[in-house]
Design a protein around this ligand. Structure first.
Ligand SMILES: O=C(O)C(=O)C[C@]1(C(=O)O)C=C[C@@H](O)C=C1
Length: 95
């Protein structure tokens, strides 16, 4: 069996990558917000979110992880919506 601190070092490495990728994703959804503000489109896109959850669930290798992946991305997209709404609110306060 591997040593706990050894396993935790690997977890730390994976977590670093998750943070990096999360921040990359948030930068992209900030660009989406800019687009939606200009195009006067609503933040929430139910169809896109449903398609994403389906695709990501299909990409998940282990059956026992599928529900968790859906939960994780439901949460990530809610965070992204929150950020986008925040941008829109700030902009409307300025106007
Ligand atoms: O693709 C979009 O339209 C986005 O705003 C991005 C995103 C996402 O985080 O993936 C967030 C909100 C929408 O409801 C759908 C998807």
């Amino acid at each position: 069996m591997r040593d706990l601190s050894d396993i935790r070092m690997d977890i730390d490495l994976v977590d670093r990558q998750i943070v990096k990728l999360f921040e990359e994703r948030m930068k992209l959804t900030a660009q989406v917000a800019e687009y939606k503000i200009a195009a006067k489109k609503p933040v929430y896109d139910k169809t896109r979110e449903e398609e994403k959850l389906k695709t990501l669930s299909e990409l998940t290798v282990l059956e026992e992880n599928k529900a968790a992946v859906r939960e994780l991305f439901t949460c990530i997209m809610a965070i992204s919506r929150g950020q986008q709404s925040g941008f829109m609110e700030k902009l409307s306060l300025k106007e």
